[in-house]
Design a protein around this ligand. Sequence first.
Ligand SMILES: Cc1ncc(COP(=O)(O)O)c(C=O)c1O
Length: 499
Amino acid sequence: MKKQSFPYATLMLDNSLGVALYQQLYQKIREGILSGRFTAKTRLPSSRDLANTLGISRNTVITAFDQLLAEGYLEGRLGAGTYVASVLPEEPLKPLLTEENKDIQNNLQPNISKRGKLISSIRIGIKDRFGIDSGRPKAFQVCLPAYDDFPFELWGKLVAKHWRYPKYDMLSYGDPGGYYLLRQTLAEYLTKARALRCSPEQIIITSGAHHAFDLVARVLFDPGDSIWMEDPGFRGTRAVFESLGVNLINIPVDEEGLNVSEGISRFAKARAAYITPSHQFPLGVTMSLKRRLALLEWAQTYQSWIIEDDYISEFRYSSRPIAALQGLDNIGCVIYIGTFSKVLLPALRIGYIVVPENLIDVFLNAKALSCRYSNPFEQATLADFMINGHFDQHLRRMLKLYRERQETLVKAIKSESEGLIDITYASSGMHLNAWLPSQTNDQEIAQILEEQNIYSVPISACALSTKCRPGLMLGYTSFNTQEIIENANKLIKIIKSKL
Ligand SMILES: Cc1ncc(COP(=O)(O)O)c(C=O)c1O
């Protein structure tokens, strides 16, 4: 571990106090020891260094040290170093926030805004079964990439190159839209891989898709506006939109994706529709071309927006990635959102919004107001990673690995569950749905599994108004063969014992 430099600033003395300087120094060191700032065996600076740094005489320091040595706060001999004693003469100070006053603080209704109260009432997926917690991913947390297979060494070298020889434009306040080379590289990639039609200027870099949801809602929606949401659907987007006072209308999803005619009959004049067309969350279906065209026609008729969340389009195992809806948009009604959280790592916090040309300025302003601009070093690294072919290579490796892991999970469940659990291969995505017998309460089963350290998302927890077939979302991408087989066996045993 690196040696910490001594916190001299905490010992600064004040000549105007009318208290002898040796006494002030004695008090400050004693307080530092009792509060835990200077822990047992911490070596204090020499009396000469301390005197020079604090601008006081060496005798003042020696007098204070002598008193602390005599009282047992310090130990050691002059010349051989002075250390904080291992056993203190009195109890360290109790933390200021005791359990008792912590409770009082928690019970006080904080004086926050109505918006703040709305925000605090919304449940988001922190430390829940979406896997947002510490440590290595636990079977079968969903949508987490294979952390162990990320090229950390290469990434580290690329980052270090930028930090070691930074260009001036990376050190100053940057473009709210993002690091230009990354936007350029992304525009080329999206045109080729996803058939988008966009210029680099239309791309706004964000801190992941969630930041994009927030910016989109702030720019396009007013409190009380009604939005079509997929049902079942992704709770993360719901939470962001709800926190801004948007009214969510649940529209059922079938094997062709969001049911557009159902949306029109429920509330045709909705301000927008939020969809995950390349891999619907959680059902995994791909929106058909017929539905895509129907949705675009609806948006044109009612001057509504389509929010296309393409969070996972890169992972297609048995067919080529299907073109994005944005590429079919001739009137500028599609707002496209992408993220590197799944294809690389959530920790990168790099996502992006592709906006129609007439929205570029307002989105640049919104981004600048929310955080000025994003850290350019990771963006520049990502641009290098893509330009030099590492991104394509990583994607190919992950596709192969994930296909194998998916097969392992399907085989393990099919061979042991004796038809109790219905599971099939998915042509895309990062999770599989394990369907349970029709009368099963999937939320109860998920809870029981969680108590045994097996994590899943019950499909019914993603649905609000629509009745869903009971099932569990199981992630497979971040677990090795042994983990998948062992945990699948455990899962089947538990489910069998409960049904
Ligand atoms: C539907 C959907 N969109 C987007 C995301 C990614 O969010 P972010 O980029 O903020 O990590 C997720 C993550 O689970 C998701 O399930």
